[in-house]
Design a protein around this ligand. Structure first.
Ligand SMILES: Cc1ncc(COP(=O)(O)O)c(C=O)c1O
Length: 420
């Protein structure tokens, strides 16, 4: 337990955690069920190519979300590429910059220009007014992202898409099991994409899915996922290998069976973080709308440097020094990453709300691998740092630190001028 600054690792104290604490350490689920499924699929010798587990997984997802079609894929990035092609997007597609880089890369990879848009002032989702301003004659669609499972303004985006004759897709990588105005995410727009990556609430080791009520998108996506094969030797469209394997579907089915338990654990973790960091000036735990369904997978704090005296990057580094791999999702915003930042079209792009958010937020460890004791310890470190920000800065700038000079330099440099 860290009671004083001397207990912090940066000032020579002991490491808080021998075992690294990750954001998104995988949920495992019922091992016996998984191993039984593995035996089964080996006995069947049906390892991939739309096997029975993939079909069952797709049916379960479609039922849960309430859509006609689910097309399971090898991951969400490929699902986004396929969905964009199946929706016949071209030219420019408007997306938020505040997202995991896969949202942008999936478009760029297939020759579509991502047009980065700012988020709403309170974040974290795309601002419909900014979307409307970004529409040009080359725009073919809008790709919203439900960041951290918080639904973006689908109704306003739908209205804009209809008015301009655009397709509306959603990257719902974070939002499996979440709802928007009582409707399950996955049923919005023309199509949505889930991720079942190992770090997600429900995982298939790696995996993704396109969900849609649009028969045309579904039919094209099914073909494209399998090289464009319509029958054994008839290819009717361009395609790629985006198939989910049976072993991944076996994990996905097993994970789905424990979804309620994972969500409950996430919810308890989230409530504990909120309780233990409540009334801490300068630290806000991002709130979920408890009137909606959510997977509560992401616990995100926003740090106000004016109050704490230390910036987000200092908190980030101090936590890493304690073996807590808090993550700066989604720093620094896609428009500031390659290849986009070096392309002339993005050179002068300024997205103030995105840039403000990317400088202030930090994701904390949650999921079934995290215990209440671990959360308490993490909260205690955050409380200690948040209530001694200026003192920490002074001690570091006077040269007192355990680790390298570089760490102290980083901590002071990234924090900017003192606002004391
Ligand atoms: C918003 C978002 N979109 C897309 C992806 C890509 O998902 P995958 O790893 O399944 O390709 C991720 C991955 O975390 C993500 O966070």
């Amino acid at each position: 337990m860290k009671l004083s600054l001397d207990d912090l690792r940066i000032f020579g104290g002991p490491l808080a955690f021998d075992e690294t604490q990750h954001v998104g350490r995988p949920n495992i689920g019922n091992r016996d069920r998984l191993l039984a499924r593995l035996d089964d699929l080996l006995d069947r010798r049906w390892l991939t190519n739309n096997g029975p587990y993939v079909q069952e997984f797709e049916q379960r997802i479609a039922d849960l979300v309430g859509v006609k079609h689910c097309i399971a894929t090898s991951n969400a990035t490929v699902a986004l590429e396929i969905a964009a092609r199946a929706a016949e997007l071209s030219g420019e597609v408007i997306i938020p910059s505040f997202t995991f880089v896969a949202t942008a890369h999936a478009l760029q990879w297939i020759g579509i220009t991502p047009v980065f848009c700012d988020v709403e002032s309170e974040g974290p989702n795309i601002d419909p007014d900014a979307v409307e301003k970004a529409i040009t004659p080359a725009t073919s669609g809008i790709l919203g992202v439900h960041v951290w499972g918080k639904p973006c303004g689908a109704d306003r985006l739908g209205e804009i898409a209809r008015r301009y004759g655009l397709r509306l897709l959603f990257d719902a990588a974070h939002a499996f099991g979440c709802s928007y105005r009582g409707r399950m995410i996955g049923s919005l727009g023309d199509a949505e994409v889930f991720s079942f990556h190992a770090t997600k609430c429900v995982n298939a080791f790696e995996g993704g899915a396109i969900v849609t009520n649009d028969d045309g998108i579904a039919a094209r996506a099914k073909l494209m996922r399998n090289f464009g094969f319509a029958t054994y030797d008839v290819v009717t469209s361009l395609g790629i290998n985006g198939k989910m394997t049976e072993i991944c579907a076996a994990m996905g089915l097993t994970s789905l069976e424990s979804m309620a338990q994972f969500t409950r654990i996430n919810y308890d973790n989230y409530r504990q973080y909120r309780r233990e960091l409540a009334d801490l000036p300068g630290i806000t735990v991002m709130a979920y709308d408890e009137g909606e369904q959510n997977n509560y997978h992401y616990v995100v704090i926003e740090i106000d440097e004016l109050t704490t005296g230390l910036g987000r990057d200092a908190f980030h580094q101090i936590l890493w020094e304690e073996n807590v791999r808090a993550r700066r999702y989604f720093y620094p915003g896609c428009h500031q990453l390659e290849p986009y930042r070096s392309l002339p079209r993005y050179a002068d792009l300024s997205l103030p709300n995105t840039e403000r958010l990317t400088a202030r937020v930090l994701c904390l460890p949650s999921g079934s691998a995290v215990t209440p004791g671990i959360i308490s310890e993490i909260c205690q470190i955050i409380r200690l740092v948040a209530t001694h920000g200026r003192e920490i800065r002074e001690r570091l700038s006077s040269g007192e630190f355990r680790t390298s000079r570089q760490l102290a330099a980083n901590l002071t440099a990234v924090s900017g001028p003192s606002h004391a």
